[in-house]
Design a protein around this ligand. Structure first.
Ligand SMILES: NC(=O)C1=CN([C@@H]2O[C@H](COP(=O)(O)OP(=O)(O)OC[C@H]3O[C@@H](n4cnc5c(N)ncnc54)[C@H](OP(=O)(O)O)[C@@H]3O)[C@@H](O)[C@H]2O)C=CC1
Ligand SMILES: N[C@@H](CC=O)C(=O)O
Length: 368
């Protein structure tokens, strides 16, 4: 399975050997990571070398360095591996600066994050299943990062790289309590409710959002509110509120009959969403309101669901995939800090992953 591909030529000015990178996932986001690495690779002295690329079916490795887009094409083109794929740490080697970039939506991969950190391997992730699911997993990731000195780069997990988690952490580190958080945290649902007109079927817009790469691989993860549950959990925990998953009350937009289907049957049945969404849109319109999928955290109670907001509500603003987060803290009482910007899409997400990776390579002074 180890296939050597032409190494990326690099002339590192630093004496230290380059950081070795492994990329997991070659889909929407992983594909963009490879494109961005390819672009960066033309700049001499970048201080990294891509040595392993894999998806769920195959992998490619070369300790001498892989050419990013070429490696991606070759992995995507490989037949399904006959046996088990090699362990990622084996492919990275046992010493030096090692970074795993997780661009999968795989729970099995997220379950390994803490173990890799404990082994001194830095992890950069777009997948929310690490910090946004059970409190136990979140605690083991934080403990492993603290103990092993490895960095957990998570900027892409909420707001696709917008400075949301970072702002909350900095407020807390500066002595503030986070008194409340309210926000639009789903880029795909923001896009849907910015475009849905109550006339054309909602299901058609869902298909467009999926084709644009804004939804999760299974769009029910977005429509059920589960993706936003994970994001508000990550923000709440970063703010010092150690919530369990069941502490977040979630209103799902997915009817039971759609929730029960196998993933492959979902597309053909998306029209099950249409009647209810048409009625909710019409109700909101009657009172001059807009629909927004909102997450709220007040002290230690969180809820997620569809709200009809007045036109002048701060969370009703924004366009496209915009996320918008209002943070109330000791220093921002009554007049919250508001952060807004694109919150989904492969390009912004991949850029956030690569930024986190570069911060690790540049060292602690750049972890801000
Ligand atoms: N799209 C967006 O706007 C954003 C996405 N994210 C997150 O980014 C992640 C990726 O999303 P996206 O690129 O859209 O998803 P895709 O479905 O397009 O890609 C997922 C990739 O992960 C691979 N994969 C699955 N399981 C494994 C495994 N066990 N080992 C190695 N690779 C595996 C898949 O392999 P295969 O090709 O074989 O199926 C595929 O290449 C998700 O966690 C998502 O939540 C975060 C922020 C924004
Ligand atoms: N599916 C997610 C992608 C980013 O996290 C969303 O819609 O926000």
């Amino acid at each position: 399975m180890n296939v050597a591909v032409q190494a990326v030529p690099r002339t590192s000015s630093a004496a230290a050997p380059p950081a070795r990178l492994a990329l997991l996932g070659t889909g929407n986001v992983g594909g963009e990571v490879l494109a961005r690495l390819e672009q960066l690779g033309r700049v001499p002295g970048g201080g990294w070398s891509l040595v392993h690329v894999r998806n769920s079916r195959a992998c490619i490795s070369d300790r001498a360095g892989l050419r990013p887009t070429d490696a991606g094409e070759r992995v995507r083109g490989q037949a399904i591996a006959a046996g088990a794929l090699p362990e990622v740490p084996e492919a990275l080697g046992h010493d030096g600066l090692r970074i795993i970039i997780d661009a999968t939506a795989s729970d099995a991969i997220a379950a390994r994050h803490a173990e890799w950190l404990a082994a001194g391997i830095h992890v950069v992730t777009a997948c929310k299943l690490g910090q946004g699911t059970s409190l136990e997993r979140w605690r083991s990731i934080r403990a492993a990062a603290d103990r092993g000195g490895a960095v957990y780069g998570d900027a892409a997990t909420v707001g696709a790289g917008l400075p949301l988690i970072r702002s909350i952490r900095e407020l807390v580190a500066g002595g503030d309590r986070i008194l409340g958080i309210a926000g639009v945290l789903s880029g795909s649902l923001a896009w849907l409710f910015n475009h849905y007109d109550g006339l054309r079927p909602f299901s058609g817009f869902v298909r467009q959002a999926r084709h644009a790469g804004y939804t999760e691989p299974d769009p029910r993860e977005d429509l059920s509110g589960e993706d936003v549950r994970r994001k508000i959990l990550i923000l709440a925990r970063s703010a010092g509120h150690e919530l369990e998953e069941h502490d977040v009350r979630v209103e799902s937009l997915v009817p039971q009959a759609l929730a029960r289907l196998a993933q492959g049957e979902v597309d053909a049945s998306l029209a099950m969403l249409d009647g209810d969404m048409r009625a909710r849109f019409a109700d909101a319109r009657k009172s001059g309101c807009s629909l927004r999928f909102v997450a709220r955290l007040d002290q230690s109670c969180a809820r997620v669901g569809l709200e009809a907001l007045a036109a002048d509500d701060p969370l009703a603003a924004g366009a496209g995939t915009d996320n918008r987060l209002a943070i109330e803290a000791d220093r921002y009482r009554g007049q919250p800090l508001v952060i807004q910007g694109p919150g989904a899409g492969a390009a912004v997400t991949a850029a956030a992953l690569v930024d986190d990776m570069l911060r690790i390579i540049r060292g602690p002074a750049s972890h801000h």
